[in-house]
Design a protein around this ligand. Structure first.
Ligand SMILES: *Cc1c(COP(=O)(O)O)cnc(C)c1O
Length: 223
């Protein structure tokens, strides 16, 4: 069962920010996904390759699947044919692998660079030094990177009641976004996505620059 009332409330709160919603459906049934699909929703997020591949095979083909988990390089090939956006690019090696699989599938795969903004080490992502290095590699190998495309950044704030801390982490991600845009994507209208905000912090995220939120449990119930 999905909570349609909450779903509609979320959509309303996104409107003034022109932000989009990725409905995070990990561990949720195909029926739950279809229920939201029939409401007109098309963007769904999954964390696990095997689960995603199975759902993609069995559900309507116009669903836009977002991969939001941590992606192992040897599994890129399974999602490369259809994935709409990979949120968790956290190394140049992964980015190169996505490029390789994009080429095999004769497509350009959209990605977000995952930045580490939280206190917890368990949350992955690049720090500022890694980020600079990432773009050095990108510039050095630009002519080869034809089948992958960076569309923005993604991050996860610390899981805490401390709103000031969460806000400062969101601000950090927004600053990273603008730094990257001004340094490497001047005039590129496609570099525009800031994916931040989940069930417990999406309103704060919107107030601080998010234009894509990833929400699971508020819509689908606890996992
Ligand atoms: C699971 C997950 C979400 C959704 O979390 P909720 O708290 O259920 O909204 C969002 N982003 C990522 C990266 C996740 O792994």
């Amino acid at each position: 069962m999905i909570n349609l009332e909450v779903y509609r409330k979320i959509l309303n709160s996104l409107e003034p920010y022109n932000a989009s919603l990725v409905a995070v459906s990990k561990f949720k049934s195909k029926d739950d996904i279809l229920e939201l699909y029939h409401e007109g929703h098309r963007d769904f997020g999954e964390n696990y390759v095997q689960e995603l591949v199975q759902k993609q095979e069995e559900l309507p083909k116009d669903i836009r699947w977002h991969f939001i988990g941590s992606l192992q390089r040897n599994k890129v090939k399974y999602i490369a044919p259809f994935i709409h956006l990979i949120h968790g690019v956290d190394s140049f090696r992964l980015y190169k692998e996505i490029n390789k699989e994009g080429a095999k599938n004769n497509r350009v795969i959209p990605c977000l660079l995952q930045m580490h903004i939280a206190e917890e080490d368990t949350k992955s992502g690049l720090d500022e030094r890694d980020m600079i290095e990432f773009f050095e590699y990108c510039e050095a190998q630009a002519s080869e990177l034809k089948n992958v495309r960076l569309k923005g950044v993604m991050g996860m704030a610390t899981f805490t009641e401390n709103q000031e801390k969460v806000v400062s982490e969101f601000q950090q991600l927004k600053n990273h976004f603008h730094f990257i845009k001004d340094s490497y994507f001047i005039g590129d209208k496609e570099f525009k996505t800031i994916s931040m905000g989940m069930s417990n912090d999406y309103e704060l995220a919107l107030e601080h620059g998010s234009n894509m939120v990833r929400i699971g449990s508020l819509i689908f119930g606890n996992r």
